[in-house]
Design a protein around this ligand. Structure first.
Ligand code: KG4
Ligand code: ZN
Length: 334
């Protein structure tokens, strides 16, 4: 049968990315233009700046992705774009670019949920098999998602306050580390010991939900009270203790959900999937429980368009197309 080639576009936050993916798994190109440098001095992503960057970049990145993939317009079967969730002004740049391309090239348009994209980064690594459980951890999300088949998502647990990545970035800021702070905490955590006893929010018996704002406050209070109590903690000790608490909760809840839902496969997704501590503990726990674990390589963990094209391929195969009313939706549900 014929190959399916999907052009993917991702502009939900601070990465402008365009990719070409064949049959949902083979990445022909995946161009990622990061704006991190432009947002650093503000300590976080500034929505207006993000939108402007996307506008300036998008046409060039489309050209680059097509050239790198070495294909012609006639080879493209459909155009998949992140429709949400994310920053609405940023999303609109990708959505409008996709609509223009779909119209000009006469191709079907496909709207993709950003989190579905993160999960499908794993399909690029190793074909998904079902049922599976996905642990999605990023700057905006902390979710446990059960999938019984392709393009089917059941959110069984989510954060009630801060996302994991957000907690990492806030704690990093308290320690005077640059944005985004997650990778810095991860690095420091490996140089220190988790000597501070920080809380773990297990919530009600049986709940798969998460909460990280209490932990973040506990870190801030620990720092604040240290002087009065005559304690002195190094950044490494604080980072290690914080990371130990986060990883303990994430791994314990994911493993319990995997057991309750009787899945044999676990996939990790989102920017925080880059975390070395999380990867190591989850790998060990899955090994013990006999679960197959997939973790995407770094460039597929953070925002990219290849994952959007991959998830979009299944919507294309299902005939799940969008029309010219497709809109960017900041709070789109899975
Ligand atoms: O998925 P992503 O690129 O963007 C969102 O959709 O949010 O995730 C970005 C988040 C940031 O909060 C960043 O600090 C965090 O992922 N992150 C990490 C690591 N690498 C990135 N957090 C902990 N450890 C890391 N190694
Ligand atoms: Zn993301």
């Amino acid at each position: 049968s014929k190959n399916t080639i999907i052009l993917g576009i991702e502009t939900s936050c601070d990465e402008t990315s365009v990719a070409v993916v064949k049959n949902g798994r083979e990445v022909l190109s995946n161009i990622i233009s990061s704006q991190i440098e432009s947002h650093k001095r503000f300590g976080g992503v500034v929505p207006e700046i993000a939108s402007r960057h996307h506008v300036e970049q998008i046409t060039y990145i489309v050209e680059e992705a097509m050239a790198k993939a070495d294909i012609q317009v006639e080879d493209v079967d459909g155009i998949a774009v992140t429709e949400g969730p994310g920053l609405v002004g940023a999303l609109l740049v990708g959505v409008n670019a996709s609509k223009a391309l779909a119209f000009a090239w006469d191709k079907p348009l496909i709207g993709v949920h950003h989190i579905a994209g993160h999960i499908y980064a794993n399909h690029i690594v190793e074909e998904l098999d079902f049922p599976l459980l996905s642990l999605v951890v990023s700057g905006g999300h902390t979710e446990l998602i059960y999938m019984k088949e392709h393009a089917s998502y059941e959110v069984i647990g989510e954060t009630r306050d801060d996302a994991v990545g957000e907690a990492y970035d806030k704690v990093a800021r308290t320690l005077g580390l640059p944005y985004p702070g997650g990778p810095h905490i991860d690095r420091l955590a490996h140089e220190g010991k988790p000597v501070i006893d920080l809380p773990r929010a297990w919530l009600e018996e049986g709940s798969y939900d998460f909460s990280f704002s209490g932990l973040k406050s506990a870190v801030i209070n620990t720092l604040h009270n240290a002087k009065q109590r005559g304690e002195e903690w190094s950044k490494e000790e604080i980072a290690a203790s914080f990371q130990a608490s986060v990883v303990d909760v994430l791994v314990t809840k994911a493993m319990r959900a995997a057991e309750d839902k009787k899945v044999d496969r676990l996939v990790l997704a989102g920017g925080v999937a880059a975390n070395k501590g999380l990867r190591a503990e989850l790998t060990e726990a899955c090994g013990k429980a006999g679960l197959k674990l997939t973790v995407p390589p770094l460039e597929l963990c953070t925002d990219n368009a290849a994952m959007i094209a991959s998830a979009g391929t299944f919507l294309y195969w299902n005939g799940n197309f969008a029309d010219d009313r497709l809109n960017g939706q900041a709070g789109l549900l899975l």
